[in-house]
Write a protein that binds this ligand. Structure first.
Ligand SMILES: Nc1ncnc2c1ncn2[C@@H]1O[C@H](COP(=O)(O)OP(=O)(O)O)[C@@H](O)[C@H]1O
Ligand SMILES: [Mg+2]
Length: 364
């Protein structure tokens, strides 16, 4: 899959910009604060309708403007998509694909597939379990965009069940709040769906991440083990979930919150036989973070039969020179890759170059 061109108006620090992109590797080069990440963000947003950096759209609109406009064309093995997005500082965005309105993100996302890796992904390796749950959710939505409602559905049920437990004024011995069984059933249904999606996504990423990590680290550079640590496991999963809820019932009534379910999942990441979080060096952690995203891109390629667009923001920043070289060496076989680098000296051989300075782009 290839982003062929992109136009952005009033997006972040860009007033007006147009870039043409090749099918292979492009390096976006420029000093700090010039707009490299913003440009990659614009490209990724065009394809996925979400920012990899912020959850609200407001920061995307150039300070002083009301609307940001992104336009661009994506070529897939079977089709061409002209994507046009109006991002409003307040109010509804408008999205058109081939001149027809698109209301749901998934309707674009199942056609245009992209993966974004950035130094913020260090949080997946070093941050709280919530970061890893978010990554697992991102991974299954990237693979199966139609499943983008699974995590929100579970979270809604969880919130309501927690509210019921919190507001309950009865005694612990008395059996719990009326209506709890109904919420148990819904928690189990939505929880099983989410658990299965995470399990399948991790299954597809696990071995790929290990080999990406090893390829990056080089001989003797260590290993990465990835494992889904589900709050509930067993077969059939729904029965195991019900049994786990039963066994924690008394605790739940005392603590007035839900103690079982995928909101307590984690993703185990082990580097060199030690938990990455707390033990990995900065370079190892960064290597693991990049490997996870490369693995996601590989899984996606396998799922859809073509390479997704791959955006690598500052991938060299946390890597030593040998790792940089190994990463750069493998990029030619990954379809279209757009990466950012802080100076021209770091542009990998053979890459097309876009020079970014103060919100304008020179095509070199
Ligand atoms: N909504 C916005 N309006 C105007 N400028 C913005 C907006 N959002 C970010 N910027 C500016 O963009 C610059 C950072 O761009 P960025 O792409 O992150 O830099 P880098 O080249 O280091 O990746 C900062 O100077 C920031 O002030
Ligand atoms: Mg940047």
């Amino acid at each position: 899959m290839q982003l062929v061109w992109l136009e952005a108006r009033d997006f972040r620090n860009y007033r007006e910009v147009r870039v043409e992109l090749g099918a292979g590797l492009t390096a976006v080069a420029g000093a700090n604060g010039q707009g490299k990440t913003n440009l990659l963000e614009a490209m990724y947003y065009l394809c996925s309708l979400v920012s990899p950096r912020v959850s609200s759209d407001l920061p995307l609109v150039r300070a002083g403007a009301d609307v940001a406009i992104l336009r661009g064309e994506v070529a897939t093995s079977g089709s061409r998509l002209l994507i046009e997005v109006e991002i409003r500082a307040s109010g509804q965005n408008r999205v058109q694909v081939n001149r027809s309105s698109v209301r749901r993100k998934r309707d674009l996302r199942r056609q245009a597939r992209a993966v974004f890796s950035s130094p913020d992904d260090l949080a997946i390796v070093l941050g709280d379990p919530g970061e890893r749950r978010r990554f697992m959710d991102e991974a299954f939505v990237a693979n199966w965009p139609a499943k983008d409602g699974a995590a929100p559905a579970y979270e809604r049920t969880l919130r309501q069940r927690n509210r019921l437990l919190k507001d309950w004024e009865g005694q612990v011995g008395s059996g719990g709040p009326p209506g709890l069984e109904g919420w148990d059933a819904e928690l189990i249904t939505n929880g099983v769906a989410l658990t299965e999606l995470r399990a399948e996504a991790v299954e597809r990423i696990r071995e790929r991440a290990a080999s990406e990590f090893e390829a990056l680290a080089g001989p003797g550079g260590g290993t990465l083990l990835v494992a889904y640590q589900a709050s509930v496991s067993g077969d059939p999963l729904a029965d195991a979930f019900a049994a786990a809820l039963d066994s924690r019932r008394a605790d739940e009534l005392i603590r007035r919150t839900t103690l079982v379910g995928p909101h307590r999942d984690d993703l185990g990441l082990v580097v060199q036989d030690l938990a990455a979080r707390g033990f990995a060096s900065h370079g190892e952690a960064w290597g693991a973070a990049v490997a996870l995203k490369l693995a996601l891109a590989g899984a996606l390629a396998n799922e859809i039969g073509q390479d997704p667009m791959l955006f690598l923001d500052d991938p060299f920043s946390g890597l030593d020179p040998a790792r940089r070289e190994r990463l750069a060496g493998g990029l030619a076989e990954r379809g279209q890759v757009i990466m950012s680098v802080p100076d021209l000296a770091q542009v990998p051989p053979g890459a097309a170059v876009l020079g970014v300075e103060g919100g304008s782009v020179a095509q070199e």
